[in-house]
Design a protein around this ligand. Structure first.
Ligand code: FES
Length: 130
């Protein structure tokens, strides 16, 4: 229980002082998604290093609850330096591990909004290659 409270505090801290928040001037990939339940939104932009196909820079913007913003911040930080292939494998358990809490079912959508946005951005890459 105490551990859970500590994680909650950590989430609030990240949401208050997020890393990787901002805009990339000319991103290679980008997506913006809105949680239809609450209207909160996340935009995620990625800069890809060529020819390694590694994520050189990842930035997010948007607004929303602490969980959605903290998860976007932690995810953006996490993907930098990883290859597109690795990032494509990021799943919901990775997100829960990153944020360190087990949100209630109603808040899972908040935690996964960043992951959905990442997948949407990567779709652009797959379409670009196809
Ligand atoms: Fe909107 Fe969390 S309440 S994303």
């Amino acid at each position: 229980m105490i551990e859970d409270q500590l994680y909650r505090q950590a989430i609030l801290e990240v949401a208050k002082n997020p890393k990787n928040r901002g805009e990339i001037e000319r991103p290679d990939l980008e997506a913006r998604l809105v949680n239809p339940l609450c209207g909160d939104e996340i935009k995620l932009q990625l800069k890809i290093q060529h020819p390694t196909s590694k994520i050189e820079e990842a930035m997010f913007s948007g607004n929303g609850c602490a969980i959605s913003q903290a998860s976007a911040s932690l995810l953006a930080e996490y993907v930098v330096g990883k290859s597109i292939d690795e990032v494509e494998k990021v799943n919901s358990s990775d997100i829960l591990e990153l944020i360190g809490i087990n949100p209630t079912p109603a808040r899972l959508k908040c935690a996964f909004l960043s992951l959905d946005t990442l997948r949407e951005a990567l779709k652009d890459d797959a379409e670009g290659q196809g």
